[in-house]
Design a protein around this ligand. Structure first.
Ligand SMILES: [Zn+2]
Length: 345
């Protein structure tokens, strides 16, 4: 008696997660491989194949593999299975990763972007179980997102649907790395919250985190980096992160409380807009911000109740993600199951 499984792969900028996932979305075996994308696509495929071989021999004859799925950073040509110019995969230009993997693993490979894969994971095996219409927001370095309507991932004409982190919540607001101003991710991502706190402290606002910002800026200065002009990867973001801000909120730090509450308010505004455009049953919140649990969930729910219309009681339920950092890997495996006609829908 062997258990059929698919391989779920989550290709990130610093690690690759690989797992064997059964038809119910449970990992049977898993590997996390640290890597540098600069090793190139061929070496990365070998790394994944080695992880699969290890898991296969670990499970002996008890598992047989029926497919694989991979979630990759975008932008991508989904139909062709190619990564085009992912910011998180430096040096990868127009790489046919789906077919490279498929040849090496000798299995059909499902392919989508990482935000969609994570959303599909939560829909299939996490906080979206039991409903057919869900939106997932991953509040991390940016705001990743995925939309599932009637059990299907929404891709759009340009394959770029669900870029909800770049919906505008503040007219003429903070500049975003995408070229727009006032994007949701500038206010409600884990990095955005940390950046706003650091910038308010630099402008003279009192906060218990002031010493951390000072230390981070000193590190940046020593490294020759101007922390106030670098959007990401600055020491301030690493030292003053969303977890530090959340802790300061719990301790009653007024600056952090204000910026945290604004993050929740802008998320609620995004949820109202999601409600009226997509009308999902649930909006699932994941990523670094969601680690703080009720500290995030309660104010988002309260702001949503206040901001939404009163014509009809159709606001989505706001819930926390359940799969954590496994969502992308499980979702990629789910897409492989879906390609075989399983995995809900
Ligand atoms: Zn943007």
């Amino acid at each position: 008696m062997t258990t059929p499984a698919t391989i779920g792969i989550d290709l990130g900028g610093t690690n690759v997660k690989t797992a064997l996932i059964d038809a119910n979305g449970s990992p049977l075996s898993r590997r996390v491989s640290q890597y540098d994308p600069a090793i190139g696509p061929d070496a990365t495929v070998e790394l994944i194949a080695a992880a699969v071989d290890e898991m296969r021999s670990e499970r002996g004859d008890s598992v047989h593999l029926v497919g694989a799925g991979i979630g990759c950073p975008g932008p991508m040509d989904r139909a062709a299975g190619r990564v085009i110019n992912a910011a998180n995969l430096p040096g990868w230009h127009d790489v046919p990763i789906r077919d490279l993997l498929s040849r090496r693993l000798e299995l059909p490979v499902a392919f989508d972007n990482d935000g969609n894969a994570a959303a599909f994971g939560e829909y299939w095996a996490g906080a979206g179980r039991g409903v057919q219409d869900v939106v997932m927001l991953t509040l991390g370095t940016g705001v990743g997102a995925g939309v599932i309507l009637a059990g299907q991932l929404l891709h759009g004409h340009f394959d770029n649907a669900a870029e909800l982190g770049h919906t505008i919540v503040v007219a003429d607001g903070l500049a975003c790395g995408c070229g727009q101003k006032g994007c949701l991710e500038q206010y409600s991502s884990a990095s955005g919250v940390a950046r706003r706190v650091a910038s308010a402290i630099r402008s003279g606002s009192a906060s218990t985190l002031a010493h951390l910002v000072e230390r981070a800026d000193a590190n940046d200065a020593a490294a020759g980096v101007d922390a106030t002009t670098v959007a990401d990867g600055l020491a301030a973001a690493a030292i003053v992160d969303a977890a530090a801000v959340a802790e300061a909120v719990r301790a009653g730090d007024e600056l952090c409380m204000r910026i945290w509450d604004e993050a929740c308010m802008y998320l609620a505004i995004a949820c109202v807009n999601i409600q009226h455009t997509l009308n999902p049953a649930r909006v699932i919140l994941g990523g670094g911000m969601a680690q703080s649990g009720a500290l995030l969930l309660d104010p988002v729910r309260a702001h949503l109740a206040k901001q939404t219309w009163k014509l009809h009681n159709d606001q989505p339920e706001i819930v926390l993600a359940e799969l954590g950092y496994d969502a992308g890997m499980i979702g990629a495996a789910g897409l492989a199951w879906r390609a075989r006609g399983a995995a809900g829908g």
